[in-house]
Design a protein around this ligand. Structure first.
Ligand SMILES: C[S@@+](CC[C@H](N)C(=O)[O-])C[C@H]1O[C@@H](n2cnc3c(N)ncnc32)[C@H](O)[C@@H]1O
Length: 224
């Protein structure tokens, strides 16, 4: 499916070309698997920001954007770590690149569990190898095993786990981000293009998804 979201249709001269494309592909794969033949779902985008993946999930569903930040076009505002929704009212909680910004991530997951219906699922992605990026803060990095563990510990059943942008390509991203401030502005597009194309080449030759820039889990509230 072609990208419908400008945020996720970056130029190959941008510093986030490969990660944006890979995250789109990952979300598309997960949405196809878990939303297939389903409609009238209530989907909560938990820490929505600009809700970059909404077009993959909102068709024929009720899509609710929640954030702490009023400026992000949120439908509902999270205050004091509470989602202003009834318990057991949501079919799918979607959380993309939020968990690393949450001081008390156990409370965040607990609150997601509260609003999920008994057969509801959470689709969550967060960073492994990535630069520091406060939004408004940045506390954590994960491994795939660690991410699965915190969901199991919270009483979820982990259904699927993924990794994207594998080791060698992550190394190129970190190299690019680590020295880009020293590259003259006029050369930046060429520098980014070179790094991003190298990432693409190396990413395609590396299949170890337990060592990645981003991990995703799909977990069900029903752990039977
Ligand atoms: C890196 S952005 C990711 C936004 C979007 N989900 C995406 O994939 O582009 C992190 C988002 O988490 C939100 N956020 C930070 N702390 C939060 C909290 N305690 N509860 C919910 N959202 C939070 C921020 O306001 C921001 O919109």
């Amino acid at each position: 499916m072609p990208h419908k979201n400008k945020h996720l249709n970056p130029s190959p001269f941008s510093s986030r070309y490969q990660i944006s494309n890979k995250l789109w592909a990952l979300n598309e794969k997960i949405a196809e698997k878990y939303l297939k033949d389903k409609d009238n779902l209530t989907i909560l985008d938990y820490g929505a920001g600009a809700s970059p993946y909404s077009s993959l999930y909102e068709k024929n569903n009720k899509y609710i954007r929640a954030d702490i930040d009023k400026s992000q076009n949120a439908d509902i505002i999270i205050q004091a770590n509470k989602i202003p929704l009834d318990s057991e009212s949501v079919d799918i909680v979607l959380s993309t690149q939020v968990l690393e910004h949450i001081e008390d991530y156990n409370q965040y997951i607990k609150e997601a569990k509260r609003v999920l219906k008994p057969d509801g699922i959470i689709i969550l992605s967060t960073h492994g190898y990535w630069i520091y990026h406060p939004h408004p803060v940045d506390y954590w990095r994960w491994t795939q095993a660690g991410l699965k563990k915190i969901f199991s510990d919270a009483g979820f059943k982990v259904l699927d786990a993924y990794g994207t942008i594998t080791t060698r390509a992550s190394g190129i991203q970190l190299f690019q981000d680590g020295i880009s401030h020293r590259v003259p502005n006029i050369l930046k597009p060429v520098f980014f293009f070179t790094c991003q194309i190298l990432m693409k080449i190396f990413d395609n030759k590396s299949f170890h998804n337990e060592d990645a820039a981003v991990y995703a889990v799909v977990a069900s509230k029903n752990n039977k």
